[in-house]
Design a protein around this ligand. Structure first.
Ligand SMILES: [Zn+2]
Length: 435
């Protein structure tokens, strides 16, 4: 084995083909030398990933040691706008153990903390704010997805993935152009954005929020490409090399083998096709250079990216993690250590959604077919048409109101425990099925 960037046989290190920070499903191979591993990481991936912290947190990705990912966002509290506030979850905002710091519109530093703590710091200069009406917002900037660090990171992942699936274990002359681009020696147009409605229609049926999907194909323009569909938000087409001499392409039909790497660590494969309806030689997809993406086009991508915030990816594993956390909180709630607001994670989307799902499981437990998998049962129990659950803000608020009412009547604990017990039975059943 040699380095796929320089053919060095010395100091080969394990490369994260898909940057570990953006995937649940790890994919590694020791075919990159130490120098080139550090080069792509330091020059592109660190910055690319830092820009995505907010979305990584919402997708339930964690740090290498399992902690929630911190991010910066803007919040409005009691009429004051705070910018660049470091947050890890809603609880850190509503019931801060530490001081929450941000900047106001004029750039002054603002601190938020429980009054007794703040008075010590500010020596009486602190004023009280009402935190019952905090809203959190994040501006989605095109540069995070289309800028220099993003497209170079994407090109690196596409090239390494291509080498991985094709068992390429050395640098070859035909990859000189893409390698030079990744190593910053030339700045050609190697990465394009797919803006083809037919493509997004197809991928929407096959992929899930948070899934990274890849496929390779040869196009009529004489090039071989890898398409990297990132989190089901934006699809990047990366030019890998010229087609080998004598390669033939079917201009009427393209069949793609799609590799999917999911947020819950699982991997899967499927096949899909694109058929040209006229006989003129057209490339498989309509694409555009990242720098030519207009505001109107970008708006469509923002809509896709925003789905990350309102969606919870459902798998028995992600749900197990949430249910375990909920169980330990519920014990504290039963013991009178925490109140209903803390139990609900200050209306954290995943906490509320988890309670909703497990209570549906409890309510419909007679309909659950123990011979089938969790994901086969879910659509029937929850009336869903996919493996993600998305609720409107109004639905969520109605549900929270009903939970708060149960808290007043001392019925909430039993209601949630019922759901937890049913879920744990289902989880054990699932483990038996997959053995
Ligand atoms: Zn190297």
């Amino acid at each position: 084995m040699k380095c796929i960037y320089c053919n060095s046989e010395a100091e080969l290190t394990s490369s994260d083909i898909i940057t570990y920070a953006i995937t649940g499903a790890k994919l590694t191979k020791s075919f990159v030398c130490k120098t080139h591993n550090a080069f792509t990481n330091d020059n592109y991936e660190k910055k690319f990933v830092a820009d995505l912290d907010f979305f990584r947190n919402h997708l339930g990705l964690t740090t290498r040691d399992g902690k929630p990912i911190q991010y910066k966002a803007d919040i409005s509290v009691d009429g004051t706008e705070l910018h660049n506030v470091k947050i890890s979850n809603r609880e850190s905002l509503y019931a801060p153990k530490e001081v929450v710091a941000g900047f106001d519109d004029s750039g002054n530093k603002i601190l938020m903390a429980p009054m007794e703590k703040l008075e010590k710091i500010s020596k009486g200069k602190a004023s009280a704010v009402d935190i019952s009406d905090v809203t959190l917002h994040k501006t989605i900037t095109a540069d995070s997805f289309l800028g220099f660090h993003a497209v170079h990171s994407i090109a690196k992942m596409a090239y390494e993935w291509y080498c991985y699936v094709n068992n390429i274990e050395e640098f070859k002359a035909e990859y000189k152009d893409i390698v030079d681009y990744i190593l910053g020696n030339n700045d050609g147009d190697f990465v394009d954005i797919i803006i083809d409605g037919n493509y997004y229609h197809a991928i929407d049926q096959l992929s899930e929020i948070g899934t990274n999907a890849f496929f390779q194909y040869d196009d009529v323009d004489g090039y071989r490409y890898v398409v990297f569909d990132f989190w089901k938000t934006i699809a990047y087409r990366v030019r890998i090399c010229k087609l080998p001499h004598g390669a033939t392409i079917d201009t009427k039909a393209f069949i793609f083998e799609l590799y999917l790497y999911h947020i819950d660590e699982s991997k899967s494969k499927t096949v899909f096709g694109a058929y040209s309806l006229d006989s003129k030689r057209k490339t498989a997809f309509v694409t555009i250079k990242p720098k030519n993406v207009t505001i109107d086009l970008w708006r469509n991508f923002v809509k896709r990216i925003e789905k990350i915030m309102s969606t919870m990816v459902l798998s028995v594993h992600t749900l197990k993690r949430e249910v375990d956390e909920l169980s330990s909180k519920l014990k504290k709630y039963d013991a009178g250590i925490i109140d209903v607001a803390r139990l609900l994670g200050f209306e954290e989307n995943n906490v509320v959604t988890t309670i909703e799902i497990i209570s549906q499981l409890h309510l419909n437990k007679d309909k659950y077919d123990v011979t089938k998998s969790f994901n086969q049962n879910l659509p029937i129990i929850l009336n869903l048409d996919s493996d993600t659950i998305a609720r409107t803000q109004e639905d969520k608020m109605e549900f929270i109101k009903s939970l708060v009412a149960m808290d007043k009547e001392n019925k909430l604990s039993e209601y949630i425990w019922n759901g937890i017990h049913v879920f744990n039975e289902i989880y054990e059943n699932e483990m038996k099925l997959t053995k």
